[in-house]
Design a protein around this ligand. Structure first.
Ligand SMILES: *Cc1c(COP(=O)(O)O)cnc(C)c1O
Length: 366
C-alpha cells in the first residue's frame, strides 16, 4: 500500500454536529446540506451518518437522484431547482422539494400536463445576496401561479444569507427584515438559515434550517474556531513522513528554491501534495502536525509531496504519522494560511485519497 494520504471520516462527529444544530435551532426542522459530495466527505456516507436529519438539501437534481437511488426516503430539497420539463417530471417522480428562483422555472412547470403527483415548491427570494432569487415585488404573482398549478402541494418560501459569516454585520438583519416584509399567509413553511444563521442569528430560524459547513465540524464564522462553536471536526486528512533530509546552511528546497536554509537543519518530506487536495497556495509557515508537534511548511507544495522544517523535532523518522488538518489542527487555520476557506479545502480532496470510516453506527436505521 505504501505511505499515502487518507481522509478519516468520523461519523460520531457528524452525529454530534447534527445534535448541535438540534440544540441550537430546537424549533426548526433540519435540511442537512450534503451538496458537492457532502463538502468532499462522500454524500452517501454523510447521509447515512446524518439519517436523523429531517431532510437532505443538495444543489442539483442529479445529486438528489443519486440519494434516492441509494435508498434514502427522506425529504430532499433541490436548491438550484429545475431547468427543463423533464427535470420537473423527475422531481415529481422522486417526490423532491424544489426551489424556484426565477419565473422561467415556473413557466417550465406550467408546461407539464401531468396533474396527479404533488410537489412542494420553495419560492426562493432575493433578500440581498443578488445571486439567485426573485424580487419581493414578483412574489404575489408567482405565488398565485403556483397556487393554480394542480401538481403543487405546498408553496414554501426561502432565501439565502450573504454575510452571515460576520456576526457583527447588520446586513443579515436587513435580509431577515426583507424576508419578513413578505406576506407569509400563502406559505406553508419557510427557511432562511445556513450554518451561520443557525449559530449566529436566532431570528433567522424558521420552520426549517439549512446547515452545511457546521455539520462537518467547521466554524462558519471568519473569526471563530469549530471548538469555540461546540463543533467536532469530521475529516482528518492524514499522511506520513517518507523521508528526512539533513540539509546544509544555504540549501534551497523544492521547486523554484523559494526557501533557503538559514542553518544546517533537518527537513521532513511528507506524502501529500496538491494532487491530493493539499492547497498549493499554502504559505510558508503553514502548520503541519508531525507526531504531536506543529512544524512549519517550507518550500513549495508539489503534486505529491510537501516539506517541513523539522528543527523542533530532529528525531523525526520515516513513517511518522502526520495530520494536515482535522483532529488537533483546525482546517480553519490551514485555510487562513492558504488565503481560502475551509469549505474549499474540504471539497478539494481528490479521488486519489483513500477514505476511511470511523465510529460508524452498527446497522442501518430508517
Ligand atoms: C450551501 C448552502 C447552504 C449551506 O451553507 P453553509 O454555509 O455550508 O451552512 C444553505 N443554503 C443554500 C441555498 C446553500 O447553497
Amino acid at each position: 500500500m505504501g505511505l499515502a494520504p487518507k481522509a478519516l471520516i468520523d461519523h460520531a462527529a457528524l452525529r454530534h454536529n447534527l445534535q448541535r444544530v438540534r440544540d441550537t435551532a430546537s424549533q426548526s426542522k433540519i435540511w442537512s446540506v450534503i451538496k458537492a459530495n457532502a463538502y468532499g466527505h462522500g454524500m452517501r456516507r454523510a447521509a447515512h451518518a446524518l439519517q436523523e436529519s429531517d431532510g437532505f438539501a443538495v444543489a442539483r437534481l442529479d445529486e438528489g437522484l443519486e440519494l434516492r437511488q441509494a435508498g434514502f426516503r427522506h425529504p430532499i430539497l433541490i436548491m438550484s431547482g429545475c431547468y427543463s420539463p423533464e427535470d420537473w417530471l423527475a422531481a415529481i417522480d422522486n417526490d423532491f422539494d424544489v426551489a424556484a428562483h426565477q419565473s422561467h422555472q415556473i413557466d417550465l412547470l406550467e408546461s407539464l400536463t401531468q396533474t396527479k403527483a404533488a410537489i412542494n415548491v420553495w419560492l426562493k427570494i432575493d433578500s440581498g445576496m443578488h445571486r439567485l432569487g426573485i424580487r419581493s415585488d414578483q412574489v404575489a404573482q408567482l405565488t398565485e401561479r403556483l397556487g393554480r398549478h394542480p401538481a403543487v402541494r405546498e408553496i414554501n418560501l426561502m432565501t439565502h444569507l450573504a454575510n452571515g459569516d460576520d456576526r457583527s454585520d447588520v446586513y443579515t438583519e436587513q435580509q431577515i427584515r426583507c424576508f419578513d416584509a413578505i406576506d407569509a399567509t400563502p406559505f406553508s413553511q419557510r427557511s432562511i438559515a445556513n450554518s451561520a444563521g443557525v449559530l449566529g442569528f436566532p431570528a433567522s430560524h424558521r420552520e426549517w434550517v439549512r446547515p452545511g459547513i457546521m455539520l462537518y465540524g467547521v466554524s462558519p464564522f471568519i473569526d471563530t474556531t469549530a471548538e469555540a462553536e461546540g463543533l467536532e471536526p469530521v475529516m482528518t486528512f492524514s499522511s506520513q513522513v517518507i523521508s528526512v533530509q539533513q540539509c546544509r546552511k544555504g540549501d534551497r528546497i523544492g521547486y523554484g528554491g523559494t526557501y533557503r536554509c538559514a542553518e544546517d537543519m533537518p527537513v521532513a518530506v511528507i506524502a501529500v501534495g496538491y494532487g491530493d487536495g493539499y492547497p498549493r497556495h499554502a504559505g510558508e509557515g503553514t502548520p503541519v502536525l508531525v507526531g504531536d508537534r506543529r512544524l512549519p511548511l517550507v518550500g513549495r507544495v508539489s503534486m505529491d509531496m510537501i516539506t517541513v522544517d523539522a528543527r523542533d523535532y530532529p528525531q523525526v523518522t520515516v513513517g511518522e504519522p502526520v495530520v494536515l488538518w482535522g483532529r488537533g489542527l483546525p482546517v480553519e487555520e490551514i485555510a487562513k494560511s492558504s488565503a481560502t476557506i475551509g469549505y474549499e479545502l474540504l471539497c478539494g480532496i481528490t479521488s486519489r485519497v483513500e477514505f476511511v470510516d470511523m465510529n460508524q453506527m452498527d446497522g442501518r436505521k430508517g
